[in-house]
Design a protein around this ligand. Structure first.
Ligand code: SIN
Length: 330
């Protein structure tokens, strides 16, 4: 086989369970995430050589629960730099599953290239019986090497499905089909080298996005509404000087009355407040479960609280003040 004509894909490793190691192959919990290096991950998948020429970089070696905004900045800038090279056709990022959806959405809104960017991960550590990482990695590289994946924003290849970074979320603590796009479904599938898209991505992303990563991220926190919620957390956050608060509200982004009063006071002090839902699917309607007009709050639409936080951070970093337009657009 003449491999010199194969696409050249950069694999950027950040850690996660896909790079996890346990002392016992029967263990799928209680392992250490982010310890196996990218070269070893690639060596476990010889079939990659039939799909692409690989350029590998170890960007981080973390459990993705510890992902931070500074690393998002590094990752986004590195991806842009690689994709600006004529000899790189696409990027795959290996990541932990726990915050994959946040990183994916952040990259979806900040990477400025139409070349494919695909995140993947694993639910079982690399040492496990039936580890899912090797096939997920092969499938992610296959998607990144596909011309059909260009211009679709950042994608997530997991368990043979291809999802948009905007819509995908982790829905199980243990199952290998942990990732779903609740309202929209997967964009398509990848199996045995075949990549098929059945839907497209409508909202703006990558080069069409107005946002960029920064070295000075605004502080945005998440609070939840629940029975007997108090205003203690909101008041503490406002006193600490946060720029934004996302509420994981009940149902259609509704909030306990006590929390509503606290958040209305926060808005009066200049804090941006976005209403999302803790439910896991559906959307939060403007002026639906709360009068956003009266409170000065913004509805998150179909973004879950964690993705709404990403968008609010980007919006505040950009200096935008038309937040509802931004949430209605992205
Ligand atoms: C992590 O998110 O880094 C650990 C969990 C996982 O990857 O499944």
């Amino acid at each position: 086989m003449n491999t010199s004509s194969l696409p050249r894909i950069a694999v950027l490793a950040t850690g996660g369970t896909i790079a996890g190691q346990a002392g016992d192959a029967s263990k799928t919990a209680g392992y250490k995430a982010g310890v196996v290096g990218v070269d070893k991950l690639l060596d476990a998948v010889p079939a990659l050589g039939n799909v692409a020429r690989i350029h590998a970089e170890q960007i981080a070696s973390i459990d993705s629960k510890d992902m931070c905004a500074a690393l998002w900045t590094t990752l986004s800038r590195r991806i842009d730099a690689l994709l600006a090279q004529d000899d790189i056709d696409g990027v795959v990022v290996t990541h932990g599953t726990d915050t994959l959806e946040e990183t994916a959405y952040l990259l979806h809104l900040t990477v400025k290239s139409a070349k494919p960017v695909v995140l993947t991960a694993a639910m079982r550590p690399s040492t496990a019986l039936s580890a899912d990482g090797p096939l997920n990695l092969l499938n992610a590289v296959t998607v990144a090497a596909s011309k059909d994946a260009a211009g679709k924003g950042v994608l997530v290849a997991f368990n043979n499905q291809i999802h948009s970074a905007r819509d995908v979320t982790k829905t199980s603590t243990y199952a290998v089909d942990a990732f779903r796009s609740p309202e929209t479904g997967a964009l398509g599938f990848v199996q045995d080298g075949r990549v098929e898209f059945q839907r497209t991505v409508v909202r703006p992303h990558t080069a069409a996005s107005e946002f960029a990563v920064t070295d000075a991220w605004p502080t945005v926190e998440i609070v939840a509404s629940y029975a007997d919620a108090s205003r203690v957390t909101v008041d503490a956050l406002v006193a600490a000087g946060v720029r934004g608060i996302v509420v994981a509200g009940t149902g259609n982004g509704s909030m306990h009355a006590t929390l509503t009063h606290a958040l209305a006071d926060a808005v009066k002090k200049g804090v941006a407040v976005v209403r999302a839902s803790r439910v896991g699917s559906g959307h939060v309607m403007r002026n639906g479960a709360a009068s956003d007009d009266a409170l000065g709050t913004v509805s998150a639409g179909t973004l879950n609280p964690y993705k709404a936080r990403v968008l609010l951070m980007l919006a505040l970093a950009s200096g935008a003040n038309d937040l509802q337009r931004i949430f209605d657009t992205y």
